[in-house]
Ligand binder design. Sequence first.
Ligand SMILES: C[S@@+](CC[C@H](N)C(=O)[O-])C[C@H]1O[C@@H](n2cnc3c(N)ncnc32)[C@H](O)[C@@H]1O
Length: 202
Amino acid sequence: MIEYSIASFYDLLLLPFVKLIRYKVLEIAQEYNFKSILDVCCGTGNQLKLLKKHGFNVSGIDISDEMLIISRIGKYKPNCIREDAADMSFNNESFDMAMITFGLHEKNRETAENIIHEMNRVISKNGFIMIIDFNIDENTSIISKSIIRLIERIAGNDHYRHFRKYISFGGLEALLKDMDFKEVNKYFFASNGIVLRLLKNI
Ligand SMILES: C[S@@+](CC[C@H](N)C(=O)[O-])C[C@H]1O[C@@H](n2cnc3c(N)ncnc32)[C@H](O)[C@@H]1O
């Protein structure tokens, strides 16, 4: 796992790569007028702060105290608490939409599946799930693939091992294959190196 002692630099490092995605999430939230949003593995709360700034009711969970400390800084502080994404304490059907950004590729398959099941449990009937993560397929540019592999290598041995397994078992496509979601929309970023999937439970 990434050493999240880099938490204080995390947004600065990541923002150039994810700014477009953060604003796409905001655009989708506005389009669907989500009343309550949960960001699972919310990190520093960067996405939630943007959503809150635009009037959304937001909550987040993360396992890292270092990341959560940063989430509590600034004008638009989201409500972020320490929880395990695979075993959340929220009641069933607590949110309109639950999202996860770059939280699944670093997990083994069983944990990734448990997290998605938990997200499904806490959203309302006909609620939405948004998953943003790396995508490596025949349409992903070589430059994107190389940058993603480099980032994952830098993130550490375990992290890289999980990432490689995630890609080899088929990534998000394989994870979602046997789950009962309706695809609402799909967006690609970074020359197909990152995908945003908007799903609805059925
Ligand atoms: C790559 S970061 C992504 C952060 C954030 N979603 C973003 O877009 O900037 C992954 C985050 O997942 C958190 N995390 C890892 N395992 C977790 C778990 N089991 N439950 C909750 N959070 C977890 C880490 O602490 C970290 O903040």
